[in-house]
Design a protein. Structure first.
Length: 276
């Protein structure tokens, strides 16, 4: 899917398709009449950034209206723009410019997701939980979620895989101590290894590339080397001739060791008698 198509799909979800639709007007709504969105995927609102936005609003006003829908008599619910709503409250405003759009629940969640994704505001866990919520609450497939958000299906699949990580690793992601690239790598490991690697990443401030290299070295170290066929044949001949399993462990072309296996004290005595 091209960036232009994805952007158009995102705008349609945020504002509704403009084809044949009446132009929506901006109206001032009392902040006291607006409730936070039930479908807000963001769970962490950075207080410092809200304060910075509030200072900007005090100086310049709310430049971009928030998107809301009616939730009752003279009551409204935020679809997109909760940061601006919070900052406006902090700035002491009594009202805020709004676009009113009566979206259904699924469309409201799509719009809230897209608004944050296009601003790259969500952390990896919030993004994954947003996609998962679309799937669970509205019975969508990964393909459906990809189409609704303008993302590639592989992006949705990789994001959802993050939710399989242990809770303490998800906490590190939510806190911004791990990046999305780290999350993708950790999700490919079993839980215990994921926890261990996550601790190493945060303790040593490893980049995604450094974490990948560390994992590759460990995998390579733990993978047993395949012996040449002629060595395996010699081991078999020696084992059959000696009556016990024999292994050849070569360090290089000139040095190594021969290991004779036994499982009982009688077998050990038998081996000694043959060697002495």
């Amino acid at each position: 899917m091209s960036d232009k198509k994805a952007l158009n799909r995102g705008l349609d979800a945020l504002l509704g398709s403009t084809k044949g639709a009446p132009q929506k007007s901006i109206k001032e709504i009392n902040i006291a009449d607006i409730s936070p969105g039930r479908f807000q995927p963001r769970q962490d609102f950075n207080k410092e950034k809200i304060t910075e936005l509030s200072s900007s609003i005090k100086k310049h006003g709310v430049i971009s209206p928030i998107l809301v829908r009616e939730s009752g008599l003279n009551r409204f619910e935020v679809i997109a723009g909760e940061r601006r709503l919070r900052a406006s409250k902090l700035a002491g405003l009594s009202s805020i410019p709004c676009l009113v759009d009566q979206k259904e629940d699924q469309n409201a969640l799509e719009a809230a997701l897209i608004e944050n994704l296009q601003r790259e505001d969500l952390n990896a866990v919030e993004e994954a939980r947003g996609y998962d919520r679309l799937k669970r609450e509205f019975g969508l497939t990964q393909e459906d979620v990809a189409g609704a958000t303008g993302k590639a299906r592989s992006t949705i699949a990789n994001s959802l895989r993050i939710l399989t990580l242990p809770s303490n690793v998800l906490d590190l992601l939510s806190q911004g101590l791990l990046e999305k690239g780290h999350a993708k790598l950790l999700a490919s490991l079993d839980p215990e290894k994921a926890i261990t690697l996550a601790k190493q990443i945060t303790a040593s401030n490893l980049t995604v590339k450094e974490a990948q290299n560390l994992t590759s070295r460990k995998t390579k170290k733990n993978t047993p080397k395949t012996k040449p066929k002629d060595v395996l044949n010699i081991e078999q001949d020696m084992s059959e001739g000696f009556g016990h399993k024999i292994e050849i462990e070569a360090k290089n072309k000139k040095t190594g060791k021969v290991v004779i296996h036994y499982s009982t004290s009688e077998e050990l005595e038998n081996i000694i008698s043959k060697l002495v």
